[in-house]
Design a protein around this ligand. Structure first.
Ligand code: GLA
Length: 407
């Protein structure tokens, strides 16, 4: 096969146009429920540029919202029934909204029902809670791009508006986190929901997970002839939840042994001394990842404060590379597909590349020259072919606006 024939299948996929997708969600609501919704709300997926596996240790992260979104067309009804449908799934939920408890709802509807449950303190006792919601999720599933956070956060926007709750954006972030951890039972650290709600177009989001405070950071790559290439490796892993919980437990063990509430509270200037106090070799490596990763986010942020991405691209790329290497060697959350995608991107001239999200499958990002994005994607696809991996999918990460109303 000629090289050209090998690579013609590689295309950078674009997210659906936002206003067209919102109109489609509205149309689907009408077709399914037989009347017009009160409105359409949406929330984006995310990539994390740097700051991985540190959110549950009160660390620092730098995510951005991507252009793929989850849409919720919704209407309030004068009942207490929560009726949920989706464009992607036959599964339909119809439940008394006053009887929501953890475990009562499973599958993707738990991420919507859980938000209504988590917003309970804001809902007046006299109010009816009935609503009809049509979900149209456009964030690739299982790609590590936070389709579940997009679902929760779109639901939170819709519920806020339908019930006129008067919650702040931060209160909705917290409700979405509570929905995921306490209702759906997936223990995560808050990075995804913060990025989905609080991001701004053209910017990355500096996120301090200690109090979820945020600051937009200019990240307009297109005007600097740069691009962030997402590779969805489509690697499947069956032990994600258990492995995630195990890493989290290791980092908590390290904090406890160092006598600090979280690793964020440890003095990273004393790195070697701190690590020397950790007897267990695995716990020591886990702590080294978290401590050095938080420092890398500080360095990344300082570089962006001192110059443009273009001016700092070499050092920014080096930090991305160091982050991946730490996640591979010390935190051990990569799989062969993630490492091959990163190695191939670097070999093809990326300024830096790393896995993004929780790991054990999912996606990588590569900071590349805009006119090289296609060539880097082709190099990754060719490497996947050589390793016998399923064909990956490619997107450009365009820094997008957080959750909001569409129609
Ligand atoms: C998953 C979790 C996040 C975060 C990342 C790793 O995406 O949902 O809370 O812990 O992994 O950075």
């Amino acid at each position: 096969m000629s090289p050209a024939a090998e690579t013609t299948a590689v295309l950078l996929s674009a997210a659906p146009d936002r206003s067209e997708a919102a109109a489609r969600a509205e149309q689907r609501f009408v077709e399914s429920f037989g009347y017009a919704p009160d409105g359409v709300w949406s929330a984006p997926g995310r990539v994390n540029i740097i700051g991985e596996h540190v959110d549950y240790q009160d660390g620092l992260c730098l995510p951005m919202a991507i252009s793929h979104r989850c849409f919720a067309a919704a209407a309030r009804t004068p009942t207490n029934r929560l009726r949920l449908r989706s464009a992607q799934d036959e599964l339909v939920l119809d439940i008394d909204a006053r009887e929501l408890t953890p475990g009562a709802v499973t599958g993707w509807p738990a991420y919507v029902a859980g938000v209504l449950w988590a917003l309970d303190p804001f809902i007046s006792g006299a109010a009816t809670r009935g609503m009809d919601i049509m979900i149209d999720g456009q964030v690739p599933l299982g790609a590590g791009l936070s389709s579940s956070a997009a679902l929760e956060c779109a639901a939170a926007e819709a519920i806020e508006a339908l019930l006129s709750l008067g919650t702040t954006r931060l209160e909705r972030v917290r409700a979405a986190i509570t929905a995921e951890t306490d209702f759906a039972g997936a223990s995560t650290g808050g990075l995804d929901q913060s990025a989905s709600v609080l991001s701004h177009e053209g910017h990355a989001l500096f996120l301090d997970c200690r109090d979820l405070s945020t600051r937009p950071v200019p990240w307009d790559l297109a005007s600097q002839q740069l691009a962030l290439l997402i590779t969805d490796t489509r690697a499947e892993h069956s032990h994600v939840d258990g492995e995630y919980a195990a890493r989290r437990a290791d980092s908590e063990r390290a904090a406890a042994q160092l006598g600090v509430p979280t690793l964020r509270d440890a003095d990273v200037d004393q790195l070697e001394t701190l690590l020397g106090r950790l007897g267990d070799e695995v716990v020591r490596r886990r702590a080294r990842h978290v401590l050095t990763e938080i420092r890398r986010v500080e360095q990344f942020d300082a570089l962006l404060a001192a110059g443009t991405v273009r001016e700092q691209v070499g050092e920014l790329g080096a930090l991305l590379n160091a982050s991946h290497d730490s996640l591979r060697e010390d935190y051990e959350v990569t799989v062969p597909q993630l490492d091959v995608a990163v190695d191939a991107a670097r070999a093809a001239g990326a300024h830096g590349a790393r896995m993004t999200g929780g790991g054990f499958g999912g996606s990588t990002i590569a900071l590349v020259e805009a006119d090289q994005a296609q060539a880097v994607a082709e190099a990754i696809a060719a490497a996947f072919g050589q390793h016998g991996f399923a064909a990956p999918e490619f997107f450009l990460a365009l820094p997008s606006e957080g959750a909001g109303q569409d129609r």
